[in-house]
Design a protein around this ligand. Structure first.
Ligand SMILES: Cc1cc2nc3c(=O)[nH]c(=O)nc-3n(C[C@H](O)[C@H](O)[C@H](O)COP(=O)(O)OP(=O)(O)OC[C@H]3O[C@@H](n4cnc5c(N)ncnc54)[C@H](O)[C@@H]3O)c2cc1C
Length: 483
């Protein structure tokens, strides 16, 4: 079985790794991985500068999704896994240039503790009253999809959208709460609304169930795992460890696939770098917009569904400072900036606080995240202009006493990510069903990557490995979109 993999981001690499494993176990498989860029890893790109690990793309993954840590352990990187420093976890929202801590008891956008909600400066009195009355919200039969903003607005009002849903989601998805699908992004809340009416009541019931389970469990009490897990040397450790396991002869870097066709016996031809190769199966791991262009000539409906998945662009900016030259930072991991604040920055992480040991002593690293659905124009700005904007905004938000305009960073690194993050827009689930129908007609095709069933690194790894197992005959079929 000859398999083409198009796209060498983490999804394509995870597929290639699984095929290598199958081959080592005796399966008759071979593969070629095409990657447009000269390097592998896609959005995973880290660099060590003056002893500080700087992440251009993802800095970590969610611990509760096991696929990434499992793969790291399999690759011998178990000792390199680094939990986030959750004792220092505190996140702020910028409200009129001031940092306001997220109130205690907030679970998935839902306030569950009366006193912190009543006392917070994040919301005005009207929103607080509305949050209390939300307990009386009537249940709603599960119907069609709606935006996250619409769901939150119905329960808690516009201020909760502006100060909570928008910054939390743009910090994760680089997306817009008015466009993201509640059904896909917050399925738990949609279920709770159907069952309980009130999201607060639903959350409190879920919390009670968890407490009861913990009380009744007879095993040893386990500490809650850290929310995020990183790699000590950066996410590139994962990329390097996978690439070291792959056959160099199978890797076609700097070679974009330019045309894909079906061949008469049900196989696939891939044209790339002036050559055409024939395969029995195809793992499409390029972003959906690129996949749509390549697969459109094979299946017009599939091509247009894939091209219809929106993407956002973003910019990350790492600044290294000498800690002696800046004032005391507020406690915590960093802050999120609501769109209504009208700033370029969507979020800023205090990297030296979030993951200990990845920044040399005496240095502070700020990682700013810019862009999202409204930030396309920022991509065209020069590095100098972007660094200037972030320094000015940091000074205004943290205060001149903490970060004076006269104190320059020791190092600034700007990374642009054009159309790198898929957006699960309203109707995403229905689109996935339509895609699954088309894919089922095309023997040997699998779609993997962040556009389908999870935006994060663990989801991309899970889909990539699963697709490879199915094709190599070492695993059962699962998700709809990857038939
Ligand atoms: C700035 C940023 C921060 C993020 N932070 C986090 C985080 O902290 N935690 C987390 O879990 N996730 C995070 N994510 C999301 C996560 O990193 C991505 O969803 C994931 O890495 C996507 O992997 P992928 O393989 O699907 O796609 P990509 O990494 O985009 O890889 C696709 C590859 O396909 C290649 N390609 C495109 N066209 C062709 C072609 N015609 N032929 C051959 N190759 C082609 C591209 O060059 C690219 O290398 C972040 C993403 C970004 C951009």
């Amino acid at each position: 079985m000859q398999i083409a993999i198009v796209g060498g981001g983490i999804a394509g690499l995870a597929a290639a790794y699984e095929l290598e494993k199958a081959r080592a176990a005796g399966a008759q498989v071979d593969y070629a991985l095409y990657e447009e860029r000269p390097r592998l890893g896609g959005s995973l790109a880290s660099e060590i500068v003056n002893g500080a690990v700087l992440e251009r793309g993802p800095d970590s993954f969610l611990t509760e999704k096991p696929a990434a840590a499992e793969l790291c352990r399999e690759l011998g990187l178990g000792g390199e896994l680094l939990p986030s420093n959750d004792v220092a976890r505190k996140t702020y929202i910028v409200v009129r240039n001031r940092l306001v801590a997220l109130p205690d008891g907030l679970m998935f956008l839902v306030p569950t503790k009366l006193i912190p909600t009543a006392l917070t400066r994040l919301f005005g009195l009207r929103t607080k009253i509305r949050m209390g009355l939300e307990l009386l919200h009537a249940s709603r039969p599960s119907g069609g999809d709606e935006s996250v903003a619409a769901l939150v607005r119905r329960h808690f009002g516009q201020e909760a959208v502006d100060r909570l849903a928008d910054p939390l989601l743009s910090g994760i998805y680089g997306g817009d709460a008015e466009q993201l699908s509640a059904q896909t992004v917050l399925p738990r809340l949609v279920e709770m609304e159907t069952k309980y009416g009130s999201l607060t009541r639903g959350m409190l019931a879920a919390h009670k169930r968890m407490r009861d389970m913990a009380k009744n469990s007879t095993g040893p009490k386990r500490e809650a795992p850290a929310i995020f897990t990183a790699l000590r040397g950066g996410m590139c450790q994962l990329v390097d460890a996978i690439v070291a396991r792959l056959d160099p002869a199978s890797l076609r870097t700097g070679t974009p696939a330019s045309a894909i066709r079906r061949v008469t016996d049900g196989g696939w031809s891939v044209e790339a770098g002036g050559a055409t190769e024939i395969f029995n199966a195809l793992i499409m791991a390029a972003p959906a917009w690129a996949a749509g262009e390549l697969l459109g000539p094979v299946d017009v409906a599939l091509g247009s569904e894939l091209s219809g998945i929106p993407y956002s662009s973003s910019i990350t900016l790492n600044l290294i400072y000498d800690e002696k030259k800046i004032g005391t930072l507020p406690e915590g991991f960093g802050f999120l900036v609501p769109a209504v604040e009208g700033r370029a920055m969507l979020a800023c992480t205090f990297v030296h606080r979030k993951f200990l040991g990845r920044t040399p002593p005496g240095k502070a690293v700020f990682r700013a995240f810019l862009g999202g659905m409204n930030g396309e124009a920022l991509l065209a700005e020069s590095d100098e202009a972007l660094v200037g904007t972030v320094r000015r905004e940091l000074g205004e938000i943290l205060g001149a006493a903490t970060l004076s305009a006269n104190v320059a960073p020791e190092h600034a690194q700007v990374s642009r990510w054009r159309r790198a993050m898929a957006q699960y827009a309203v109707g995403h689930k229905d689109r996935m069903e339509r895609i699954a129908v088309r894919v089922a007609e095309l023997q040997g095709l699998r779609l993997v990557g962040n556009a389908y069933d999870g935006i994060g690194v663990p989801d991309c790894i899970r889909l990539g490995r699963q697709a490879a197992r199915e094709l190599a005959g070492t695993g059962a079929k699962t998700t709809a979109a990857t038939h």
